[in-house]
Design a protein around this ligand. Structure first.
Ligand code: 5AD
Ligand code: SF4
Length: 446
């Protein structure tokens, strides 16, 4: 009887990728993934530490799981609890102190050691903690036969960050910036395409800083890697996320105009439109630098749509800074965006800066910013109505007969009883828009 593994994932797409890799690793050790937590012999919580709210959720989940485990024990079964991801890395032993039910705490760079940690847990009392940044790369240790879970697949090419934005925990939880070699990336991409992927989303905390060893022995940049990926037969779409404006070099901008498979969509977090706040955040660009980068991108690829991240209420942010952010948003026009209240994170420079902004002010500024961003997203979606656009179908919808896919601009498209299958890439006439999706009809060639 295979043992059952339940994984719950919070946070970014890289955590989704890591969860899949943990599942495939543990499959080699007799674990079968389940989506029913009650029957799990091993539960892995893959956690996020980026904002306080995300981190706190882990502890309430652990409380629930501890009770569930008691029930299982009364039935003579057991349940191992592992905390992985960035909370594990940032809090280490503290996790096991706050939640004594935890058996294993493992950081994002050490999870290839999970089988060994499970074995150690069986031998010793108390939690096993591994938050090392091991000298070996987990990518070299993990099973190689990754399979695409669907037509759109994630592929981590870069991890960690050396930018040290003053609000951010990533340089501490994920460590220094590292790039996987091009050959490893290309091999994984080919395997993903061979197992059904038609779109690959390249992942990295700072993905456009990728500079990996090329098969020719030279150092490649992301532009070069994208050109090589575009040669793979059957790979129709390439995306990459998340990028830092500082690493948006001229060659990468050019690739947006030249590589057809590279989708006209870019997530390029700006965080703020105020130079004073950007400096305090240590972002190392100005609002005008950002405008210039966007201009260059739009010159290269006129239909490029932008997505972004914003933080309101960073320490010292005044009303005029907030207005500068609103102005920047108005000028650029974003197709989609995430915005957050600043959350002071332990150990980051921002958390001890003077002039922390009161929560009520943060809430008001966030509401204003989100109203503007929402109206831009609605306008962007509304402008798609009446057009025929290529849609890659990714999964069945919630209702029978429905299929859901994406446009090149990441908009979700729902069609009804349309005879399309998962993996089809077909033109769809867009007939309507909703807050978070579009509706339409596939156009059949006569
Ligand atoms: N508080 C609020 N938002 C944050 N982000 C990162 N750190 C914090 C923080 N301390 C946001 C940034 C980043 C996104 C992934 O999360 O906007 O781009
Ligand atoms: Fe965090 Fe991104 Fe800044 Fe790196 S570039 S410190 S990951 S916000």
């Amino acid at each position: 009887m295979p043992r059952k593994l339940y994984i719950r994932t919070w946070g970014c797409q890289m955590n989704v990728y890591d969860s899949d890799r943990m599942a495939s690793l543990l499959a080699h050790h007799g674990y079968e993934r389940t989506d029913r937590v009650e029957e799990a012999d091993l539960v892995v919580l893959n956690t996020c530490h980026i904002r306080e709210k995300a981190a706190e959720k882990v502890y309430s989940e652990l409380g629930r799981l501890a009770r569930l485990r008691e029930e299982r024990r009364r039935r003579g079964e057991d349940m191992l609890l592992a905390v992985a991801g960035c909370v594990a890395q940032a809090e280490g032993e503290l996790v096991a102190e706050r939640a004594p039910a935890v058996d294993i705490v493992v950081g994002p760079q050490a999870y290839h050691r999970l089988p060994e940690l499970l074995a150690r847990r069986a031998r010793q009392r108390g939690a096993v903690i591994d938050t090392d940044f091991p000298p070996e790369s987990k990518f070299d240790e993990l099973p190689r036969e990754v399979a695409a879970g669907g037509p759109s697949a994630f592929l981590t090419i870069q991890e960690g960050c050396d930018k040290f934005c003053t609000f951010c925990v990533v340089p501490y939880t994920r460590g220094a910036e590292t790039s996987r070699p091009a050959a490893a990336v290309l091999a994984e991409a080919r395997r993903l395409v061979a197992t059904g992927a038609r779109e690959i989303v390249l992942l990295g905390q700072n993905v456009n800083a990728w500079h990996g060893e090329g098969p020719d022995g030279r150092t490649w940049n992301l532009a070069r890697l994208i050109r090589a990926l575009a040669e793979i037969d059957g790979l129709a779409r390439i995306r990459y996320t998340t990028s830092h404006p500082r690493d948006m070099d001229a060659e990468l901008v050019r690739v947006h105009g030249e590589v057809e498979a590279l989708m006209p969509w870019l997530h390029l977090p700006v965080q703020s439109g105020s130079d004073r706040v950007l400096a305090a955040m240590n972002r190392r660009y100005t609002a005008d630098d950002y405008r210039r980068i966007v201009d260059a991108l739009r010159t290269a690829r006129p239909d490029l749509a932008l997505s972004s991240d914003f933080i309101v209420g960073f320490p010292g942010e005044r009303e005029e800074d907030h207005e500068a952010t609103l102005r920047l948003v108005e000028e650029i026009g974003f197709a989609q965006a995430y915005s957050f209240k600043y959350s002071p994170r332990p150990g980051t420079p921002g958390s001890v800066m003077p002039k922390q902004v009161p929560d009520a002010v943060k809430s008001r500024r966030l509401a204003e910013l989100q109203a503007l961003l929402d109206s831009q997203q609605r306008a962007f979606n509304a402008a798609t109505v009446g057009r025929t656009v290529p849609v890659l179908f990714e999964r069945p919808g919630r209702h029978p007969g429905q299929m859901v896919g994406r446009t090149p601009w990441m908009q979700a498209v729902v069609v009804e009883e349309a005879g399309v299958r998962v993996g089809d890439l077909v033109p769809v006439a867009i007939t309507e828009y909703h807050p978070h999706s579009l509706g339409g009809r596939p156009v059949r060639p006569h």
